[in-house]
Design a protein around this ligand. Structure first.
Ligand SMILES: [Cu+2]
Length: 386
């Protein structure tokens, strides 16, 4: 099954060369150019990229380089004292949520209560004091047929929607899907958009104010909850099929996003694939869900779902291009987003070397190496030795 998936995936990637039709293509607006020198860096960070002027401003960042979309409590993130599962924003997620709430949970409740009632009845009614001479019955055809058939019927009733859901989750994405490649690393996620000019991102967890040196970027509630907010968000369009491909650089990780009903292992040396459609714009948080080492708990996932035209502008801002937008930016050297890089640098406490800069003229990565050497990720390893 997975072997077949790999073959289908390899074929899919081969077909997914730039130039492929893309339904969501929207021309990047002749965007307001943003003055990088004055606006790019957060307070306290000397701007060293004054000369750079992005061709398209990143629509997900404000003039100060901070994320525009704020995290909303109760949406796409854990909620204190929440009963049940997070609200689902994908079709498969909604169906699975319905299946869980309307079929599995009532069924298991009824079965458990019936078995409990039977046990109590037997213990009371047939205890030695009340029933001194036990029955010697050893067969009862009617009872035996009933207790064989009933579980079989229940299992069949569960199996039909269950297998349908399983098939839907692993249905290959259509050709015009947006491909997101998530790469697990000890201990951060890096991302590639192979159909969009090979955009590469590195996502590190944002530390708390008390954990960073003065002037460095730290988490605020607008970024997201503690341990879930990242310095760089994955940006994806709503209403468009997303093909998620996962792999890993070192050990097995798992890309899990509760609001999408997605949890897909990221295994070194192989590609796993699933697909989903995000129905609602917003900010969604997830985590690595495969025990992968000491800092397993500190490699969160933050996805910002935006309208397709905003996504197209974001792609342009990152120096990529929409499929089918042949040569729209080829030849024009698009500098890295200054605001973004500054933010990364302050968060990571690193220089530009090895930072996840995006170059429009760079060829898409051909390996599954992370976008950067990520000194921040390596540096964080020290903390585990405390
Ligand atoms: Cu992990």
């Amino acid at each position: 099954m997975l072997g077949l998936t790999s073959i289908v995936l390899a074929a899919g990637l081969a077909l997914a060369a730039p130039g492929q039709a893309q339904t969501t293509t929207a021309p990047p607006a002749a965007s307001p150019t943003q003055s990088a020198g004055t606006s790019g860096a957060p307070a306290g960070t000397p701007s060293t990229t004054a000369a750079a002027t992005p061709v398209t401003a990143d629509p997900t960042l404000d003039a100060a380089g901070r994320p525009v979309t704020k995290a909303v409590p109760g949406m796409g993130q854990p909620t204190a004292k929440l009963w049940g599962l997070q609200d689902q924003v994908t079709p498969n997620g909604r169906e699975a949520h319905w299946f869980h709430n309307m079929v599995l949970l009532p069924l298991i409740t009824v079965v458990t209560l019936i078995v409990l009632a039977l046990l109590i009845y037997v213990m009371v009614r047939f205890r030695r004091a009340a029933n001194p001479t036990p029955s010697r019955t050893s067969h009862n055809t009617v009872v035996e047929i009933v207790w064989t058939l009933l579980p079989v019927l229940i299992l069949i009733a569960i199996a039909v929607p269950s297998i349908r859901l399983l098939a839907a989750q692993f249905k290959p994405a259509p050709k015009d899907a947006v491909t997101l490649k998530a790469i697990g690393n000890q201990w951060f996620w890096s991302y590639e958009y192979p159909d969009h000019g090979g955009i590469q991102l590195t996502s590190n967890m944002l530390k708390e104010q008390t954990e960073v040196a003065p002037g460095q970027r730290f988490r605020t509630d607008a970024d997201g909850p503690r341990l879930l907010a990242t310095d760089t968000r994955v940006v994806l369009p709503v209403g468009v099929p997303i093909r998620l491909v996962t792999t890993a650089q070192d050990v097995i990780h798992s890309w899990a996003m509760p609001a999408f009903w997605i949890k897909l292992d990221a295994v070194p040396g192989r590609l796993n694939e699933t697909s989903f459609i995000i129905e609602k714009p917003g900010l969604y948080f997830g985590q690595c869900s495969e025990l992968c080492g000491t800092r397993h708990a500190y490699m969160p996932i933050a996805v910002e779902a935006v309208a397709p035209d905003v996504f197209a502008r974001w792609v342009a801002a990152k120096g990529g291009k929409m499929p089918g937008q042949a040569g729209a930016q080829s030849g024009s050297k698009v500098p890295a987003e200054p605001g973004n890089d500054s933010a990364d640098d302050t968060a990571n406490g690193t220089s530009d070397e090895g930072a996840p800069t995006v170059n429009a003229t760079a060829a898409p990565a051909v390996t599954n190496k992370p976008a950067t050497q990520n000194p921040a990720g390596l540096g964080q390893a020290d903390q585990s030795n405390d």
